[in-house]
Design a protein around this ligand. Structure first.
Ligand SMILES: [Zn+2]
Length: 98
């Protein structure tokens, strides 16, 4: 009796892991296709806040310098254009470094 009760439970667990792996694979696929809706659906149904956070960090890191930003020639930090103080010999210098 104990064996009969145990068998279906194990099947259930295996099934869950399988579908999770499947969704992870789908997640990668949808990322390459840049489908945001699909990604949100996966995160909601499986509640993986850690994985979601990792995605956000990746997005921030990959984000290139914006057109309204510049890199200071002295502190080498990227500032918004409003922080641009002077331009000398093609070098952009922020207000903090002037
Ligand atoms: Zn600077």
């Amino acid at each position: 009796m104990a064996t009969d009760y145990d068998a279906p439970r194990r099947d259930e667990v295996d099934l869950g892991e399988d579908s999770l792996e499947e969704l992870k694979a789908r997640r990668v696929d949808s990322q390459s296709g840049a489908v945001d809706v699909d990604e949100a659906e996966v995160a909601e149904s499986f509640e993986l806040p850690g994985a979601d956070l990792a995605d956000e960090e990746l997005t921030v890191k990959v984000l290139p310098m914006q057109q309204d930003e510049f890199r200071c020639a002295r502190c080498f930090l990227v500032h918004h254009r409003s922080q641009l103080a002077v331009e000398r010999n093609g070098e952009l210098i922020c207000r903090e470094c002037v």
